[in-house]
Design a protein around this ligand. Structure first.
Ligand code: ADP
Ligand code: MG
Length: 379
């Protein structure tokens, strides 16, 4: 007996000789919520295409609950219990929210019978429950066209769930959503995870942090690494592939940046304008022209706005120069966020974070004082 809902062995998908997936191994327990991340072109969408039968493997096998999916058509796989939500919502815009869910509950029936006959009572109960789950009870009779983008995403997730799949595949559900809707969709997926196995493909790091338990990183068609969000984010290989396209920044510089940025986030409360200031400051340090700086800021925003475990990162700094640079940048950041010019540190959390950093850096006290004076005189 296997408790694995999905087992993928040595999967390769070639498009005219180009391997979009390359000898990929993956498995997932029933009931798991797994997030898959990876840079553009890593093979994430192809991965879902193979599971749903849209693309056939060149080599290797995909097993769903122990059953080999080789050669099975898409509709067959869908009936076995794998449902997929595409990136753009596919709802009937001229039908109400409730009618969309009615339809999804009765896929075998046609639009007319759903609209003109009363659905049986079990279906009605299902729909009421679904409306509640997706948080659209109050909008049940509203035309789907009038929903916000985020509400449409939730409706489509509801329509998917209406078909009772065991495994839900969700491709970039929060692209283009507001922060509030992103959180709503996150909470919905967390609620669904209590009774479904779910794979979410995602780009938005903030969102990944909200929902992720176990994360798989894809790179060049293979699994680069797997683990908790914390582990993934501190893995130098992940930093390298994620920021690999960054024009002028190396792995070491990234570590320096992340440590320094973590000072600003120490109190867990930072205004967007402050983030902009800090990102500008940091990116200037490492990128020369303004185009490079802009790109770096974009990439850093995703990467830096998280709780960083500096105790993990500091030991990766090898030279004295790197340690001194971290100290200067960090000091610059905390003193620039001080509310009064003569106030040294913005608040207690930052003071604690900074003290911890000094301790980890193991720099002589004299050096620390000297570097701090240098930063101050520059201001
Ligand atoms: P991701 O979703 O991670 O951005 P994809 O799975 O869409 O990546 O694509 C992986 C790689 O495979 C890309 O280099 C892409 O250009 C290529 N690719 C995807 N589908 C096809 C196809 N049908 N024909 C040729 N190349 C493809
Ligand atoms: Mg994709």
């Amino acid at each position: 007996m296997t408790s694995k809902i999905l087992e993928i062995d040595r999967l390769t998908v070639s498009f005219d000789g180009f391997k979009a997936l390359n000898d990929l191994n993956f498995s997932m327990d029933a009931g798991e919520l797994r997030v898959i991340i990876g840079p553009n072109g890593a093979g994430k969408t192809t991965f879902l295409d193979v599971i749903t039968g849209k693309v056939q493997p060149t080599e290797g096998t995909v097993r769903f609950k122990g059953q080999n999916l080789q050669g099975k058509a898409e509709h067959h796989i869908s009936r076995l219990g794998i449902g997929r939500k595409f990136q753009t919502p596919r709802v009937y815009l001229n039908l109400s929210v409730r009618e969309n869910l009615d339809l999804a509950c009765n896929r075998h029936k046609n639009v007319f019978s759903t609209l003109f006959k009363r659905p049986p009572s079990t279906d009605r109960r299902n729909v009421i429950g679904l409306l509640e789950t997706i948080g659209l009870t109050a909008k049940a009779d509203l035309q789907a066209a009038l929903l916000s983008h985020g509400e449409k995403q939730r409706l489509e997730i509801g329509m998917l769930v209406a078909q009772s799949p065991e495994l839900l595949l969700v491709d970039e559900p929060v692209a283009g959503l507001t922060d509030e809707e992103t959180e709503n969709v996150g909470n919905l997926l967390l609620a669904l995870a209590e009774s479904h196995s779910i794979i979410v493909i995602e780009h938005d790091m903030e969102f990944v942090r909200q929902i992720a338990r176990q994360v798989t990183v894809l790179h060049q068609g293979s699994v680069l690494c797997e683990g908790s969000m914390d582990r993934i984010q501190n893995d130098p290989r992940v930093i390298e592939v994620y920021l690999g396209q960054a024009p002028s920044i190396g792995e070491k510089e990234m570590i320096i940046l992340r440590i320094a940025a973590s000072m600003a986030w120490a109190d867990g409360d930072i205004a967007p304008e402050e983030i902009d200031v800090i990102l500008t400051q940091l990116s200037r340090q490492f990128a020369d022209d303004s185009q490079q700086q802009k790109e770096l800021q974009k990439e850093l925003r995703d990467y830096l706005s998280s709780n960083v475990d500096i105790a993990n990162l500091v030991p990766q700094l090898e030279t004295m120069a790197e340690r001194e640079m971290v100290l200067k940048l960090s000091y610059e950041i905390i003193s620039s966020s001080a509310r009064h010019p003569d106030e040294d540190l913005i608040n207690e959390e930052e003071a604690i974070a900074y003290k911890k950093l000094i301790h980890l850096l193991e720099l002589p006290e004299e050096t620390v004082k000297h570097l701090e004076r240098e930063v101050k005189s520059k201001e």
